[in-house]
Design a protein around this ligand. Structure first.
Ligand code: ZN
Length: 127
């Protein structure tokens, strides 16, 4: 609580938004809502929970690779969308984006992170 006032300085937010770049195209909207909902209908289970052997209804359509305003990544439902439950989206995914690693194990005890050395040791082509 002590540091929270210095943390969110309005000026930083505005200077970021007005960095000389044109406004990014508006991606979230009615079209997104509709398409994302359809994706969750077709893929109803949280991907992260499923890997741990748990079935939880997905409520958030998440971008696997953060799109950062890139319309190609944003609309790539085939490769870049996954259904997550709110809990996974708000905890696991945030941690993953910060650290670049996926935390946790699947139901067989294997690390969920595809880049974990347990999972990559069988690819012998590493330097
Ligand atoms: Zn989940």
């Amino acid at each position: 609580m002590v540091a929270s006032t210095g943390f969110l300085r309005g000026n930083d937010i505005f200077s970021n938004a007005l960095d000389g770049k044109a406004n990014p195209p508006r991606l979230y909207g009615r079209k997104w809502d509709k398409t994302a909902k359809r994706h969750l209908w077709a893929n109803p289970w949280c991907v992260f929970c499923l890997r741990r052997g748990i079935r939880t209804l997905a409520t958030v359509c998440d971008h696997i690779v953060p799109h950062r305003g890139d319309p190609k990544l944003f609309w790539d439902s085939q490769n870049n969308w996954q259904g997550l439950c709110a809990s996974c989206h708000n905890s696991v995914k945030q941690r993953q984006e910060k650290s670049g690693k996926v935390s946790g194990c699947d139901k067989d005890g294997w690390p969920l992170d595809p880049n974990h050395h347990w999972r990559t040791d069988d690819k012998e082509n590493k330097d």
